[in-house]
Design a protein around this ligand. Structure first.
Ligand code: NAP
Length: 488
């Protein structure tokens, strides 16, 4: 075997696979391009043809400004050291062993693709959904486009008071005219046009100071065209611990001010109502003929723990609310990838500042890293992923430098399948393998064909884009555009 130079040199760049083309994957690629320690070559994979992950399928359609962050990701893709491989699934199209044999380093940027469970009776009744399912549906995620939400019901429950709960509530409470200029999918807009939902009950297990939503999101609820926000002033009377917590927390203070303003305003006669219930935990979802018909909640009291965390406990007073739909919005969690360690308790890939470990607190797995929600859990806004990626990339480069110093010319980490080299000591290119397996992978230029079609369709209708939501249709459109190019 001929070695062509030190790992990280221009003749032997570090070959890196980034798995997941959401914000954390793009920030990891961006940080890898920016570092000056080593030459790198990056392949960015996504299981969907479309890049941008939660920016496309999670950020609310009426929050277009947030989506403009993709311009930064486009700049990353302009760099010739990065290639995009959409429509490639880790698990069915390529295995963990394939990645180990084709790359020096692997970065898992797979996010948190599932949701937390309440663990109460009735959670699986028809009409009980996770907010993540509803969000993915109205945002046109191909795996969720066939979901059916019966919006003929008058009352729904949203459990949790994070920003996802606010998004779901807003979409349910907005008028069609407020939504039709967004990039919400056609089918969701049609369902919402016929929606009969009049009351959205939001249940927070703790008090207003502990609410996780941020200031703009709660303010937005107060500005809706056809929905009033109902807050019980008694819920805003703080216990001593919450008062103290609020004093050190500007977001909580401002949230409380907005809630006070909303409580003072009360109902103004708009056709829909968003009703906040603080200090209430769901205890059971009940149904009629197998479908949700009511939710029972228990009143809570707050209790400060030794660590200073303000916890809640039930006080045995129950109330039932008639609702036809329930949206659990209590947080996301990761799902395991075959061959990759998983810490089930936290729903993340176990890691030490981004270096994957065999188990929580265990030894480091050489050559494998993680970023974003897969690394730290489902917290923070899109921008939080940037410093998070920088931290991981710093350790990746440290490991390359250490390996190169101790074994010059020898790749960092090889899988059990042994090195798959190109005859010059470099790991072989993944493309022949993908082609051999008949994987219809999508390049960034292919994605831009789709993007142009979506944008053009949107421009005709005064929308930012009209999303294509079916994978086969995406692949067909790319194929036919290649035969008859649409790009200038
Ligand atoms: P989140 O902010 O962690 O909120 C989860 C909510 O669920 C909290 O109110 C939590 O209450 C509650 N909860 C958890 N377990 C519960 C249980 N068993 N019973 C009742 N309630 C329970 O999560 P998220 O809303 O899914 O958001 C995820 C991340 O994405 C957040 O960082 C969020 O800010 C971000 N995000 C941002 C935007 C935006 O910037 N516009 C939009 C969407 C999402 P406790 O506090 O009591 O645990």
């Amino acid at each position: 075997m001929t070695f062509t130079g030190r790992l990280g040199s221009s003749s032997r760049p570090v070959r890196i696979a980034v798995i997941g083309a959401g914000p954390s994957g793009f920030y990891a690629a961006g940080a890898l391009l920016q570092q000056k320690d080593n030459h790198v070559s990056i392949d960015l994979f996504d299981r969907l043809p479309t890049p941008y992950g939660l920016v496309r399928y999670g950020v609310a359609p009426d929050h277009q400004k947030i989506k403009s962050v993709t311009r930064i990701y486009e700049r990353t893709m302009k760099d010739s050291r990065v290639r995009y491989f959409g429509n490639v699934d880790l698990g069915s199209d390529v295995s963990h062993a394939d990645l180990k044999s084709h790359y020096d380093q692997i970065v898992y940027a797979v996010g948190a693709q599932s949701d937390k469970r309440l663990g109460i009776p009735g959670e699986d009744l028809a009409g009980s959904f996770s907010a993540t399912e509803f969000v993915a549906w109205y945002n046109g995620h191909p795996d969720f486009r066939h979901f059916d939400f019966d919006l003929s019901v008058e009352s729904v429950a949203v459990i949790g008071v994070g920003n996802v709960a606010m998004d779901v509530t807003r979409i349910l409470a907005k008028s069609v005219s407020e939504l039709e200029t967004t990039d919400i999918t056609d089918y969701a807009l049609e369902e919402l046009r016929d929606s009969n939902v009049k009351r959205i009950h939001i249940f927070a297990r703790r008090g207003p100071v502990q609410a996780k939503f941020t200031n703009p999101e709660i303010k937005e609820l107060g500005e809706l065209e056809i929905a009033d926000v109902i807050v019980n002033p008694a819920d805003l009377v703080l216990d001593q611990a919450s008062q103290a917590e609020m004093e050190g927390d500007r977001t909580a203070r401002r949230n409380l001010e907005t809630l006070q303003e909303l409580a003072g305003r009360g109902a103004t006669g708009k056709p829909k109502q968003i009703i906040f219930h603080f200090l209430r935990s769901p205890t059971e979802i009940t149904g009629e003929s197998g479908a949700v018909s009511a939710i029972t909640t228990e009143k809570n009291a707050l209790q400060e723990t030794e660590s200073g965390y303000i916890a809640c406990r039930g006080i045995g007073t129950y109330a039932e609310y008639d609702v036809g739909l329930v949206f659990r919005s209590i947080g996301y969690r990761g799902i395991p990838i075959p061959g990759v360690p998983f810490y089930d308790r936290w729903g993340i890939i176990p890691n030490e500042k981004g270096r994957v470990t065999v188990e929580h607190g265990g030894a480091v797995v050489p050559g494998e890293y993680t970023v974003g929600w897969a690394k730290r859990g489902p917290t923070g806004v899109i921008g939080t992923n940037k410093p998070d990626a920088v931290e991981t990339v710093r350790l990746m480069m440290e490991d390359v430098n250490n390996a190169a110093a101790s074994l010059p010319g020898i790749p960092v980490a090889r899988g059990n399948s042994g090195p798959h080299t190109d005859g010059h000591g470099r790991p072989g290119d993944i493309i022949p393998l993908l082609k051999k397996r008949g994987v219809d992978f999508v390049s960034f230029a292919d994605w831009q064909i789709l993007e142009q079609i979506e944008n053009e369709r949107g421009a005709l209708r005064g929308q930012p884009r009209v999303k294509i939501t079916d994978v086969d249709e995406m692949l067909r459109l790319i194929q036919s555009a290649k035969v008859e190019p649409v790009l200038p």
